[in-house]
Design a protein around this ligand. Structure first.
Ligand code: 13P
Ligand code: SF4
Length: 371
């Protein structure tokens, strides 16, 4: 039994995040191909994408080759929200999603008639693993008066139990709108992101106790030491990080918000607290600027920054080529489950599209139980 403290109330959650082993994921990380093989694989993937009427959508945390290839072939590298939108709106009938499983599932849910392929279907996420549907459904049943808001990093079944799906780039806006509409929130699964939103909005929230194994490792004490070494540096933090790390940030936000901050803030030096895969895009878009990785461990540790998601690292060129060539790695989502899970995802996409174009969003927040 785990106790949760909130400024508004204390709730007991009868669930504890299981120890999450990454050994199998690291064992499956592909060996880097040599230069000739790498070039041949890239060429092959570009040809297969054309032949199969496919488009490649990559997350910022995957290998730089997969990010660059997505862009070079007319696809997209982005955060999880824009990956979902792009896949839904693109005319290609096959989507090659390089990232983790929930990203492929979200694409399939939004476009059930399309074929969604992933390099490795076992690439998962500690947040998804730490929120099994049975326990989550019981948690929801214990709080029937609350609007259920789940992070996109969840299974299709958890999404299908939700009123809203959010990503880190829109969670604040959506929870604020729900609070303004007088709604109380049940949030899952990331306790750090949930806590951050609670602090920022003052919303009445009960939180599931999940975490991201990558961001959970950032250390405030060591970060302060690095900040002292580079006093001119701005600190950019993903809100899946612990509260004491978030408290040191000059900017907090999703992967795309971090990218935007690096391009617009009035400094040339940054300390970045998110997966190190992000540094590729940060550095290519900002060639004159310096980026340091935020520390994940103290002096006694063998690794000072180990901030890389093992499941994102499972995505490799050879598996992308194999998926396109053979159709292996196709994402399947149960039809009825997908239809139910589509409702809260659609809500998020409608809400964020309205926000982007400056349309009013209040009418897009239905009463609880309206799903
Ligand atoms: P973004 O939505 O910011 O891309 O984050 C997804 C994710 O998995 C972060 O760890
Ligand atoms: Fe999940 Fe963390 Fe990996 Fe993102 S970085 S996919 S939240 S484990």
């Amino acid at each position: 039994m785990q106790a949760l403290e909130s400024p508004l109330q204390r709730i007991d959650v009868e669930y504890e995040q299981p120890a999450c082993s990454t050994r199998h994921a690291w064992a499956r990380v592909p060996v880097e191909p040599g230069p000739a093989e790498r070039a041949a694989l890239k060429e092959k993937i570009a040809r297969l994408l054309k032949e199969k009427n496919a488009v490649m959508v990559s997350h910022y945390y995957v290998h730089p080759d997969l990010q660059d290839l997505a862009e070079a072939t007319g696809g997209l590298v982005s955060d999880s929200l824009e990956m979902a939108r792009f896949g839904r709106d693109h005319s290609a009938q096959t989507l090659l999603v390089s990232g983790v499983r929930f990203m492929g599932e979200t694409s399939k849910i939004l476009s059930p008639h399309k074929r969604v392929l992933m390099p490795d279907l076992d690439a998962t996420c500690s947040l998804d693993l730490g929120c099994p549907i049975e326990e989550f459904a019981a948690f929801c049943d214990a709080h029937p008066d609350r609007t259920v808001v789940v992070y996109a990093n969840t299974s299709a079944a958890v999404k299908a139990r939700a009123d809203w799906v959010v990503t880190s780039s829109c969670a604040l806006d959506i929870v604020r709108a729900l609070k303004d509409a007088g709604q109380k929130i049940l949030w899952a699964p990331d306790k750090h992101l949930g806590g951050y939103i609670q602090r920022e909005t003052g919303a009445d929230m009960v939180l599931w106790q999940g975490s991201c194994i990558v961001h959970d490792e950032f250390k405030a004490f060591e970060l302060q030491a690095l900040m002292a070494e580079h006093p001119q540096a701005a600190v950019l933090v993903h809100p899946e990080s612990p509260a004491d790390v978030v408290a040191l940030a000059h900017a907090v936000g999703s992967t795309s918000a971090i990218l935007k901050a690096a391009q617009t803030m009035d400094t040339n030096t940054f300390i970045v607290a998110t997966d190190k895969g992000m540094l590729h895009k940060l550095r290519t878009l900002n060639p004159g600027k310096t980026f340091f990785e935020a520390p994940t461990a103290g002096n006694s540790a063998t690794c000072k920054s180990c901030a890389h998601c093992p499941w994102m690292a499972m995505n490799g060129l050879a598996d992308v080529a194999r998926a396109l060539e053979t159709g292996v790695g196709e994402v399947q989502v149960d039809k009825a489950l997908g239809q139910r899970a589509c409702l809260p995802i659609d809500r998020m996409l409608t809400f964020t599209a309205a926000l982007k174009t400056g349309q009013p969003t209040a009418g897009l927040v239905p009463h609880l139980g309206a799903v």
